[in-house]
Write a protein that binds this ligand. Structure first.
Ligand code: NAP
Length: 148
């Protein structure tokens, strides 16, 4: 049931592999419901299956949404899918990204740096902005009080 769980909720971009996958698994093991994002559905499906299979009893559930978070339309769509599952979000981990190889020329260097900026910075700005309304709701005074 959307929003039916009392568990805190985390969204981890790039959560299908590497650091993001390890972060998502640790948050789920801590009892949070976690949504991982990435561009490859099969990678996400495999990661979710692996984490859910071995999570301890009472730990949070992990689900996935396929999205390119450097693309505004896909990020908006992903945020809508997440909102349907979890109307309130407690943590956003902007982990998606990666390095970009460059050729020798200055033109190639400029292209590579622009791509690196899009991959690592714009993606974080888009996902944070798209999810912000849900995160703000988590910061309502009543919930803040209950955490003290
Ligand atoms: N490992 C290091 O030493 C190191 C050092 C400094 C910084 N970092 C940063 O830490 C983060 C994780 O690194 P990692 O080593 O774990 O690398 P990784 O395994 O390649 O993780 C990157 C993840 O981000 C996803 N991703 C990339 N672009 C995306 C996009 N536009 N939309 C959605 N998902 C996207 C990838 O999945 P898809 O390809 O399926 O989308 C992948 O799951 C990266 O941002 C990296 O730049 C790593």
């Amino acid at each position: 049931m959307p929003g039916g769980s009392a568990a805190a909720v985390a969204v981890v971009s790039g959560g299908g592999t590497g650091i993001g996958r390890a972060t998502a698994a640790a948050l789920a093991a801590d009892g949070m419901d976690v949504v991982i994002l990435g561009r490859r559905a099969e990678v996400l499906r495999t990661a979710a299956k692996g984490i859910n299979q071995y999570r301890p009893a009472g730990s949070g559930e992990l689900s996935w949404v396929r999205a390119d978070v450097s693309d505004p339309a896909e990020t908006i769509q992903a945020a809508e899918v997440i909102r349907e599952r979890h109307p309130v979000i407690d943590v956003v981990v902007n982990n998606a990204g990666g390095s970009v190889r460059s050729g020798a020329g200055l033109g190639e260097l400029a292209t590579a740096w622009l791509e690196a900026y899009r991959r690592n910075v714009i993606s974080a700005v888009l996902l944070t902005s798209a999810l912000l309304p849900l995160v703000r709701r988590a910061g309502r005074p009543s919930r803040r009080r209950s955490r003290r």
